[in-house]
Design a protein around this ligand. Structure first.
Ligand code: PMP
Length: 444
């Protein structure tokens, strides 16, 4: 039997606030709703309880995944998920391409492929990265199953249990999940409106060294940060690299949103300034479509060779069908025009979000992102975002509590609001509903 505390936690997480009914859970593999099973792993209900490897003890369901099922109900305005809005894609043309691909190149598309990924696609990836001033060779690129797999592979290569990974405060929840599954010790470094603070990074790395703790990786999302919405200023980029070099720390530059800026040209990537001390991660998930699950890593030769070996042992090779579909799209479609259309659409939604916050929630503070999907809101009156969430869902609006984005329990005074998926009208309505919940919370 579940103890009462565990049962309450489970109910808060997975039951509809109105009815108390279990509401289904999104399965990671399909994204579709599946009937929910009461979680048993990690409890004595699981007959394999004593058999799991120690590294599984750090595995937790992401707060976002737990929310998905509730947030996806049509009556809920979800400001929670980071799903790109795909309705603008040329679906008919993509269907035709898929048909042609199987007819004309089916025996390649449906076959195993190279562990490092399709060479034509790797060349096309170079062209995309040139927009951020990265000059690389196709051999430097490893295609992965989304950039999430690249994160997993890099962590697997470098992290022994107890090794330190330095990461922004807050950090992308999916990266924290990977780090904890390799039993890393995550040490957060603050950021501000200009991104990661170099002085704070230097101080943290110096302190860790004095304590005899080895920081191996610095994990950073420099552009349109998830969840903070901020961007590392061009002035800070070389300073961060210099500090990382001095402390012998490898930089993981995770950049799925870099081309989705609302103003001007993308900033030069850190990888453009340092070819040996940076592993750069890219993705087609936000600029094209996440369903193909195609991302990539660019790494110096020694790391790249090991990444390929690690990827081959995990998945043999990335999906040829997905890679060729993405490659065909890049060849046949106006992908630059598509990115431009995405930028305009997301800018309009960002404007709706910050406009609604100013109108309905002036007592809160928030970042004004210059691109990407997210704004980071600091709640007023000491309100606890995690505790408030069930009441927000009852009021038919969802967000992600700031606590999801820290490895050390901070963040309850913040929430992440996403403006990527709902229309501007729904965003306004969502923020209006949320303001009512915040006002009621302040009176509690
Ligand atoms: N990094 C960041 C910062 C992200 O926001 C995401 C997706 N939400 C990923 C990596 C993983 O993206 P994908 O695996 O779809 O490429």
């Amino acid at each position: 039997m579940l103890c009462n505390v565990a049962r309450r936690a489970w109910q808060t997480r997975f039951m509809t606030p109105q009815t108390g009914e279990p509401i289904g859970q999104v399965t990671p593999a399909t994204g579709g709703a599946a009937p929910i099973a009461q979680p048993v792993s990690g409890t004595r209900l699981d007959p394999w309880f004593g058999t799991y490897a120690e590294r599984t003890h750090g595995m937790r369901a992401s707060e976002i995944r737990a929310l998905f099922a509730v947030a996806n109900r049509p009556e809920v305005v979800s400001l929670a998920g980071g799903m790109p809005y795909l309705d603008g894609l040329p679906l008919e043309a993509l269907a035709e391409s898929a048909h042609e691909l199987v007819l004309k190149r089916g025996t390649t598309a449906l076959q195993y492929g190279a562990g490092q990924g399709d060479e034509t696609l790797r060349e096309q990836i170079l062209e995309i990265m040139r927009m951020e001033h990265i000059h690389a060779h196709p051999d430097d690129v490893v295609v992965t199953t989304g950039s999430q797999q690249a994160l997993d592979l890099v962590t697997r290569l470098f992290v022994n249990p107890g090794d330190v990974i330095v990461a922004e405060a807050p950090s992308y929840v999916g990266a924290l999940g990977v780090f904890s599954s390799y039993e890393a010790d995550v040490v957060h470094v603050p950021l501000d409106e200009d991104g990661l603070i170099p002085e704070a990074l230097d101080e943290t790395l110096t302190r860790l060294k004095a304590e005899g703790r080895r920081a191996k990786l610095l994990y950073t999302v420099p552009n349109f940060h998830n969840p903070a919405g901020v961007t590392l200023s061009p002035e800070r980029r070389p300073r961060i690299l210099e500090i990382a070099r001095r402390h012998n720390v490898l930089v993981i530059e995770d950049n799925p949103y870099g081309l989705l800026g609302f103003e001007g040209e993308p900033y030069p990537a850190m990888r453009a300034m340092d070819e040996t001390g940076v592993v750069y991660l890219g993705s087609f998930s936000k600029t094209f479509a996440p369903g193909y699950r195609v991302g990539w890593a660019v790494a110096p030769p020694g790391i790249r060779e090991k990444l390929v070996l690690a990827s081959e042992s995990a998945i043999l090779c990335p999906s040829n069908a997905s890679q060729l579909a993405v490659s065909t799209y890049l060849t046949n479609h106006d992908w630059r025009g598509q990115i431009k259309a995405y930028r305009e659409m997301y800018r309009e939604r960002r404007d709706a979000m910050v406009g609604a916050l100013a109108e309905y929630m002036p007592e809160a503070t928030w970042t004004v992102p210059k691109g990407g999907f997210y704004t980071w809101v600091k709640l007023p009156y000491g309100i606890d975002a995690r505790a408030m969430l069930p009441r927000a869902v009852t009021a038919l609006v969802a967000y992600v509590s700031g606590t999801a984005f820290y490895a050390d329990g901070q963040g309850s005074d913040h929430m992440r609001l996403s403006f990527c998926y709902p229309t501007p009208e729904r965003i306004r309505e969502g923020v209006r509903r949320l303001s009512g919940v915040v006002a009621a919370e302040a009176e509690l």
